[in-house]
Write a protein that binds this ligand. Structure first.
Ligand code: ATP
Length: 712
């Protein structure tokens, strides 16, 4: 029997922003003045660093003193445990199936690593978090079972490395509708105690890239993300379900001004890359901070790996805490006010939190497995290729052929980059279109509200507010459409370059005599391309699943509006051959469900006036209706939406979905959309536990920073 799952209710949460000021270091106390005044636990002032200003300047307000308010402010005497006390309730949401992100943001040497990792005497937020997670699991007296796993990665020079692998290769990011952004191939180790995570954290930190810079003797050169996942299996009335909470703890690399650090060579390049990703993060914070006032603007997550990793934490499904770290020294005034400026903007950021219940990721996992197999084959071929290259290099007579082959190699590499660029462009286009779809829905609502007659002054004021909001939305739609047109053009250029490369490779392979080598080379190239194509298909499938979820939400919207009670709906569903899981239906009216916050905000009930055929509500209804027919007839027509989406996707890229090259949707056509896997292996390829010698708990941050010399 096919199964559908009720949508999880979403809550809007605001980013929790705290400021932590570290003490002056011994060096600083000799030459610097303390300019941070913690007024109380929520307010902080940065005093004017210039002490030469007179009384007149002060009364004429010519002072550079600045005041800020945050959720929490911690004075230099506060410990990491003091900070943790306020975020502990948020962190514990992970055990209830929520996503939580905690990140430290601040200039170099301001205390980010100290806050996140800490020392033996003052353990940081990473250590305190996993300790309380395990304590909470221990305390739980329900019949639920728990499984905790952990991963640790770093982003160095825009490349992702696995800190739990001895010699990690480059890892790639992938978007998954169920789990958000994920890192393909990242090791996830099952852990049974806080000590085990501590051991892994120690090992990871010893591999992390740090350098001594002018500004900080042990400056982190990479962004590090420790992720702890808690899977909680619950047995409920309607069968068992899995809650999957994820805690991401992020220690960012140090931002710096090149002029202050006296860096050069590799260090300067590292600094430039670090600054680039931190700038990308600042730009996202800016765009998101404005969004509340300005409607849906495009947020440039794609500009760096860091912002893509933090995407969920910044706007998606996550309760997020930002700890802005500052130094009290007067010569850090500009860095401090800059950090506080972004922290102040971050207070406006909203995320949308819901429990991660169950999973529909079996389709995506099929693809992931295929990609992993392909990657295995590609690396085997790479090895064969290297062997062959070695053999050829010892035969000088074949030098000419060698040159041609290395040229061919360059072409292959360019083809790979070309495909990767196309994936990025198309995903960016999807995101833009998604943003504008929501903008247009809001516009429809606004038009409906604006059309209502104005009877009194209050109505007129509302009319004016709605009209100016409408203008903002229109501006955003126009900007996004323009950006979309740019992406489409880039996709066309990319396609034509791809054709060119293809022709050049064909010509080269037909001219060269070394058949075996060429066969391997071209097979390697083809597999690489197939791999990339599969990633595109996965992205499309992700989008389809996302669309289906939206349709499901609409379907629930309709069910709520019918006023039927839970029993009636279950009976009706059973008649249609459907099982409903985790039914969250209100026993009373849908309006009361709305009042009690059980419906997500977008599942609004239209006012009677707005129920014309063109109103958003009817649009919901039609969408829901078609979903229903898909549900009802899924055995006969299970791929309606999939093909619709596929064709629109290919229209964009100018290809046909069935190009005769066998690249069609790979899963069986009769797979029902809304089914939950009956039996699914829980053992992921990355979940195997590996034992690593425990190196002892020292001063985590210092130990890790001192012993870092990994060359990338
Ligand atoms: N709360 C604190 N108490 C005592 N010392 C601190 C505190 N916070 C930071 N420090 C010290 O300040 C110095 C810089 O801190 P840390 O390395 O954590 O900065 P960072 O922001 O991570 O720097 P980077 O971005 O360059 O990696 C270190 O010597 C650290 O021990």
């Amino acid at each position: 029997m096919p199964t559908i799952r009720a949508p999880a209710s979403r809550q809007t949460a605001t980013l929790q922003v705290a400021v932590k000021c570290r003490p002056l270091t011994d060096n600083e106390s000799r030459r610097s003045r303390h300019i941070i005044q913690v007024i109380d636990d929520k307010n902080v002032a940065v005093l004017d660093p210039d002490v030469s200003k007179g009384y007149l300047d002060l009364i004429q307000n010519r002072t550079k003193e600045k005041r800020y308010s945050f959720d929490h402010v911690y004075a230099p005497g506060c410990s990491n445990t003091d900070v943790y006390k306020n975020i502990s309730p948020t962190v514990l949401g992970v055990v209830q199936g929520l996503n939580v992100t905690v990140f430290a943001y601040g200039s170099t040497g301001s205390g980010k690593t100290y806050t996140m990792v800490g020392s033996r005497n003052d353990p940081g937020l990473m250590v305190l978090s996993f300790r309380t997670i395990f304590d909470q699991i221990k305390k739980d007296d329900s019949s639920d079972t728990f499984e905790v796993s952990c991963s640790y990665l770093e982003v160095y020079n825009e490349v992702i490395y696995d800190l739990l692998e001895k010699s990690s290769g480059h890892l790639e990011l992938r978007e998954d509708p169920e789990h958000g952004i994920i890192v393909a191939g990242l090791r996830r180790i099952k852990v049974h105690s806080a000590d085990k995570i501590l051991e892994l954290l120690n090992i990871g930190n010893s591999r992390r890239k740090t350098e001594s810079t002018e500004a900080n003797a042990t400056s982190s050169r990479s962004h590090a993300v420790l992720e702890i996942t808690v899977r909680r299996k619950q047995k409920g009335k309607y069968g068992s379900q899995v809650l999957r909470g994820k805690l991401a703890l992020v220690d960012l690399a140090g931002s710096e001004r090149a002029t202050e650090t006296n860096n050069f060579g590799q260090k300067l390049r590292d600094g430039a890359n670090i600054n680039k990703s931190l700038l990308a993060l600042a730009n996202c914070i800016n765009a998101l901070g404005k969004q509340n006032k300005k409607g849906l603007a495009y947020v440039p997550y794609r500009n760096s790996k860091l912002t893509r990793i933090l995407k969920d934490g910044l706007s998606g499904n996550s309760r997020t805490v930002m700890i802005a770290t500052i130094s009290p020294a007067d010569d850090q005034y500009h860095h401090t006010t800059n950090t506080l400026k972004y922290a102040d903007r971050a207070k406006e950021i909203k995320t949308h939190v819901h429990k991660n219940i169950g999973t529909i990721d079996n389709h995506v996992e099929d693809y992931q497995r295929m990609i992993e197999n392909l990657q295995g084959e590609v690396s085997q071929l790479k090895k064969e290729l290297a062997d062959k290259e070695h053999q050829l290099s010892v035969k000088p007579t074949e030098k000419a052929a060698d040159n041609e082959l290395s040229w061919l190699n360059v072409l292959s590499q360019e083809t790979g980059e070309n495909v990767q660029e196309r994936i990025n462009l198309q995903k960016a286009l999807f995101e833009l279109e998604e943003t504008n779809k929501r903008n247009r829905m809001e516009l429809q609502h606004l038009d409906g509200a604006i059309a209502r007659p104005q009877v009194n002054e209050k109505d007129y004021a509302l009319f004016q507010a709605l009209t100016s909001r409408r203008q903002v939305i229109l501006d955003n739609i126009r900007d996004n459409d323009e950006a979309g047109a740019g992406y489409r053009k880039d996709i066309e250029l990319n396609e034509s370059r791809r054709r060119q490369l293809q022709d050049m490779i064909e010509e080269a392979t037909s001219n060269n005599g070394n058949r075996t080598y060429l066969q391997i080379l071209s097979q390697y190239r083809l597999l690489g391309m197939n791999n990339a194509e599969l990633q595109i298909e996965m992205a499309m499938r992700d989008q389809v699943i996302h669309n289906q979820r939206e349709s499901l939400r609409s379907l629930w919207n309709i069910l709520y509006r019918t006023g039927l009670n839970q029993k009636q709906i279950l009976k009706l569903a059973a008649k249609q051959g459907l099982t409903v899981e985790g039914c969250p239906l209100p026993s009373s009216s849908p309006e009361s469900a709305m009042q009690h916050g059980r419906l997500p905000p977008f599942m609004s009930f239209p006012s009677p006036q707005s129920q014309s055929s063109s109103s958003p509500s009817s649009c919901f209804f039609q969408q829901g209706f078609s979903t229903m027919s898909v549900l009802k007839n899924q055995h006969e027509t299970p791929t309606i939406c999939r093909q619709e989406h596929l064709s629109s996707y290919y229209m964009m890229s100018g290809c046909s979905p069935y190009s005769g090259d066998g690249k069609q949707w790979a899963s069986g056509g009769s797979t029902p959309y809304f089914s939950t896997p009956e039996t699914k292996s829980e053992q992921s390829p990355c979940s195997a536990e590996r034992r690593t010698p425990y190196s002892g708990i020292e001063d985590f941050s210092r130990q890790s920073k001192d012993s870092c010399s990994r060359e990338r």
